[in-house]
Design a protein around this ligand. Sequence first.
Ligand code: SF4
Ligand code: SF4
Length: 299
Amino acid sequence: MRPSNRLSDATTSWRYIVKGDQYAERASNPDCMNAGVSFFSCVTTCAEVCCSGATMITIDEIVRLYRYFPITVGFRKYTPLDAGHRDFFDTIGERFGSIYVAGDFIAGNWRRRLCAMLMVNNHCRLHDTDRKPMQCRIVPFCAVFPESAQHMVLVHQQAGAFRKCKGFAAGSESGAIVWDAGRIVNEDIREPFYRYREGMVRQRRFLQAILDGLKQQPSFERFLSGSGMLEAAVPSAMLPELLRVAGMKKEHFGDFAAAQAKLCRRDLELTPGAAVFQDWLLELQAFARSLEVSAEGRA
Ligand code: SF4
Ligand code: SF4
């Protein structure tokens, strides 16, 4: 049997999820609130729908994925659903009036039409490994929203970014229940769902420090008043502590710098003018100098 090739569409989902007020709208929709059961089963044949661009990852996945994707950070705006959701955002983000800004690490280049790990046969190169990103394992759920509200996420995805996804129909036909009465019933999804949420809490201090720097820039006001995501490179000075907390041994720091610089150059060729990769390359070169190795990894 063909393995499930569950995928994520980080870019499109972001643009959708950014509009948190739409979730609030759905929260007040009785049809949605009364939905007791949700069906979904990934059919893999439509991976190009959900597997474009970048994927959100946590600090706990950096060690597993740094050789595969260039890793940057992205901040998005959210409107909490209720007081409990607000409490969660207080632990992962910063409040600006009625909205919150929270960030994730981004594996990959959302400017590309398809994820670099998607093969021509629509299978994920990482699927049968322990490297498959958690976000890709939980799609179309979204870990930024509480487990009890995931039926709203599914409704939202089905109407928007995942409208061409065949998984909802396939799940209904086969009776594959994934969410029931406030709980994700599929443990293969529930377990990474909560690990992703834990990761967001663990990485908060790093992302907050990056956000504090971004707040000083003119683009931040535009981001707050507009739509979309604010993307940035990780400052080189932060990397030793970030990588230590991510679980990387110091002797691998040079390899990290070299692998990321190589991926950065590749993506700069594919998407010239992507300023975040130019910034990331400069930060990696500074990091490599601090380690007394070149960004190509030679001492
Ligand atoms: S890592 Fe795999 S599942 Fe995730 S977006 Fe890329 S190809 Fe798809
Ligand atoms: S069924 Fe949905 S999640 Fe699965 S490959 Fe198709 S679009 Fe992606």
